[in-house]
Design a protein. Structure first.
Length: 72
């Protein structure tokens, strides 16, 4: 039991430290705003290459026989 309490105490202290650092960053650091321009190249329009039709690899499946009526 003391090991569990020690673990939870250490985790709580670490979490508190992380939260304190985050709060300090929010309070004291002011981000600088600046305009950003990014040129996005558009792909050139090229027609899709024609693909030859593939031969049928699998024979068509015939209809399955009807199932027998369910007993009542």
């Amino acid at each position: 039991m003391p090991t569990l309490v020690r673990l939870l105490t250490i985790l709580a202290l670490v979490a508190g430290f992380v939260l304190a650092v985050m709060a300090a960053l929010v309070t004291f650091v002011e981000p600088t705003r600046r305009e950003t321009i990014v040129d996005v190249p558009l792909p050139r329009f090229e027609p899709a290459p024609e693909v030859e039709a593939a031969p049928e690899a699998v024979a068509p499946v015939e209809d399955a026989p009807a199932s027998p009526p369910a007993p009542q």
